[in-house]
Design a protein around this ligand. Structure first.
Ligand code: HEC
Ligand code: HEC
Length: 351
């Protein structure tokens, strides 16, 4: 009797295993797409030009236990673009942080997995690691990038999973064990490793191939207008210069000279103190719907918003004198790095 029960149980388990195995191989990738990774691992361990490397040394928020490796960032890339990380398999990180849109979506508020809107503007995920205090989001509510990357997955509007659901969904996909093995030395899948891999990928997104960078390396020169624009950025309106809050060469700092917020009756930002984080201004002239609520159409609209450094107008400190606008625009245009928008290692591997 007992023996029969054991045999029945074993055959049941064998059948269950076959069923699951079949099911896995029938859904090797998301939504009928196929995952394609090159046989040679792509290189995320770039040696940056000196001016960028110096800024990195001074401001890098990479924790000692999560240094970037090529296999870690590769796993992060797959997770970043995998729509299985959302409740109904429709949305990935890459939906709101699109490579060809500066890892942003260039609209005021973003749509989550069921069409609901986010509370704030999406942020461009470039040069995120150059923020010394390591805090993430417009209001800095997340202490680290490692903590931040699990938030959208659990957010009810954005991706809508629990961490337990996340882990079981990732475990059920047959392309992940090999990627976790390469990245972390074993095939155990958990949310800590998912967070580390996503963070490695996000930290690897660094712009260093703009005209600005070539000028700083001495291989190109600014035009007259660009050079005047740079001086305005560094010196106009002292002590509240643009540079005092958007520090070159990455045009970001977690230690601005003073706080600032675009007036917004619905949102007071960091600790409700009427101040916000500003993302890196690199690639800014190719972005639209600026500031935490996406309400400023573009750079031109911002620069023409009031009297320079006067603290008046809708965006005090952000307006420049009419005769300076073209020069400021010319300078900010040199911060654009086009390579980042198409480089394979940052692109969607699901085709
Ligand atoms: C539905 C759109 C949406 C999705 C999906 C999404 N994000 Fe975001 N992301 C946003 C918005 C909106 C913000 C700003 C929210 C805030 O500050 O309150 C943001 C902010 C961030 C930031 C902060 C950047 C900074 O400079 O402080 C990081 C990092 C980030 N997202 C990474 C990710 C990762 C990784 C995923 C996938 C696991 C993801 N996002 C999925 C919309 C999205
Ligand atoms: C006192 C600090 C401060 C000064 C001075 C300052 N900014 Fe800002 N800037 C910020 C903060 C903080 C934000 C984000 C505020 C928000 O979203 O409410 C911001 C936002 C921006 C944005 C939009 C960024 C984005 O990703 O949406 C641009 C562009 C910008 N600033 C350019 C400039 C320029 C050009 C100057 C000089 C004319 C300047 N800023 C002066 C602090 C400052």
């Amino acid at each position: 009797m007992r023996k029969a029960a054991v045999i029945t149980l074993i055959s049941f388990l064998v059948l269950l295993f076959q069923f699951c195995a079949d099911k896995d191989s029938a859904i090797p990738t998301t939504n009928g797409t196929s995952l394609s990774l090159p046989s040679n691992t792509l290189n995320y361990l770039v040696s940056y030009p000196t001016h960028v490397q110096n800024a990195l040394t001074a401001t890098d928020n990479t924790p000692a236990n999560n240094q970037i490796t090529n296999d870690g960032a590769t796993l992060g890339r797959v997770l970043f673009y995998d729509t299985q990380l959302s409740a109904n398999n429709t949305i990935s990180c890459g939906s709101c942080h699109q490579q060809n849109k500066n890892f942003d979506d260039l609209i005021p508020l973003s749509k989550g997995f069921e069409g609901g809107l986010t509370d704030r503007k999406s942020m461009p995920l470039m040069n995120v690691r150059f923020y010394r205090n390591g805090r993430m989001f417009w209001d800095e509510r997340s202490r680290t990038l490692e903590a931040q990357v699990l938030q959208p997955i659990q957010n009810h509007v954005e991706m809508g999973l629990t961490l337990a659901q996340l882990e079981s969904k990732v475990k059920a996909l047959d392309y992940y064990p090999a990627l976790f093995l390469k990245a972390f030395g074993n095939t155990t899948i958990d949310s800590v490793k998912i967070s580390r891999a996503l963070s490695q990928f996000v930290r690897s997104i660094v712009t260093y191939q703009s005209k600005y960078d070539k000028v700083k390396q001495g291989t190109e020169a600014f035009s007259n207008a660009e050079a005047i624009g740079e001086q305005l950025f560094l010196n106009a309106g002292a002590p509240n210069t643009c540079a005092s809050c958007h520090t070159p060469p990455m045009f970001i700092t977690s230690d601005p000279a003073r706080g600032f917020a675009l007036q917004d009756i619905n949102d007071a930002g960091i600790n409700n103190q009427n101040r916000f984080k500003s993302p890196s201004l690199r690639n800014i002239s190719t972005r639209t719907n600026l500031f935490h609520n996406g309400s400023i159409a573009n750079l031109q609209a911002m620069l023409t918003s009031g009297a320079p450094g006067s603290g008046t107008g809708p965006i005090p400190l952000h307006a420049v004198a009419p005769q300076d606008i073209q020069n400021m625009l010319a300078f900010l245009n040199t911060l654009t790095d086009q390579t980042i928008l198409t480089e394979e290692k940052f692109s969607n591997p699901f085709k």
